[in-house]
Design a protein around this ligand. Structure first.
Ligand code: URA
Length: 209
């Protein structure tokens, strides 16, 4: 699958297995998600542009690398996307954060927007959209549709888990958006849940039902 980056680092895979277990507590689910997000942030930011600046070490002057350009934006698809934000921000603490509120209509499974707030200067910024589950793809597509209206420099999509149906839908709508994921599960069920999956990510993060 082109434009899909499977993050198969052993630490990521191990933590994902612990998260999938139905007996994982809310506390450990949230902690593991935070740790996984941090590790995934390394992969997704691997190609960030760099520039050389002159600095003084205690011994001499040197040209050293720093990240170039305007601050990156993490865009969280509410509410489950917020579970990924803290881990990502611990690696990129200066990043800006945008939020998109979308809920899934339980009958049609389509995404309905109720909130949209982005930082300024979006056309000069690279965006990383975060949502733990890429399932039907409807929320991801709706989020990317909205973001493209304000035209950021680039858009990437990060999730913990996806399935062939979710990847196909997002790639059909937005072939230019790379997908970063820790696993591609077997399939989507008739309720729009990923199998074997990990259940409802929002409920597991926030301890709701
Ligand atoms: N959203 C979830 O939280 N879990 C799924 O399996 C699919 C969508």
């Amino acid at each position: 699958m082109s434009n899909v980056h499977l993050i198969d680092h052993p630490l990521v895979q191990h933590k994902l297995t612990l998260m999938r277990r139905k007996d994982a507590s809310t506390n450990s689910f949230r902690r593991l998600l935070n740790e996984m997000s941090l590790l995934m942030a390394y992969e997704v930011t691997r190609d960030m542009p760099m520039q050389d600046i002159e600095i003084e070490t205690p011994l001499e002057t040197m040209q050293a690398k720093v990240i170039d350009g305007k601050k990156l934006v993490f865009v969280s698809i509410l509410r489950a996307g917020n579970g990924i934000l803290d881990g990502m921000l611990s690696v990129v603490p200066g990043a800006r954060v945008g939020h998109i509120g979308l809920y899934r209509d339980p009958k049609t499974l389509t995404a309905v927007e109720y909130y949209f707030k982005m930082p300024t200067h979006m056309p000069e910024r690279d965006v990383i959209v975060v949502d733990p589950m890429l399932a039907t793809g409807n929320s991801a597509i709706a989020a990317v549709d909205r973001l493209k209206e304000i035209g950021p420099k680039s858009i990437k999509f990060v999730c913990l888990l996806t399935c062939p149906e979710g990847i196909a839908a997002l790639q059909r709508a937005h072939p230019d958006v790379p997908i970063y994921t820790a696993a591609i599960d077997r399939e989507l069920n008739e309720h729009g849940y990923i199998l074997p999956g990990l259940g409802d990510a929002g409920d597991r993060i926030f301890g709701t039902q």
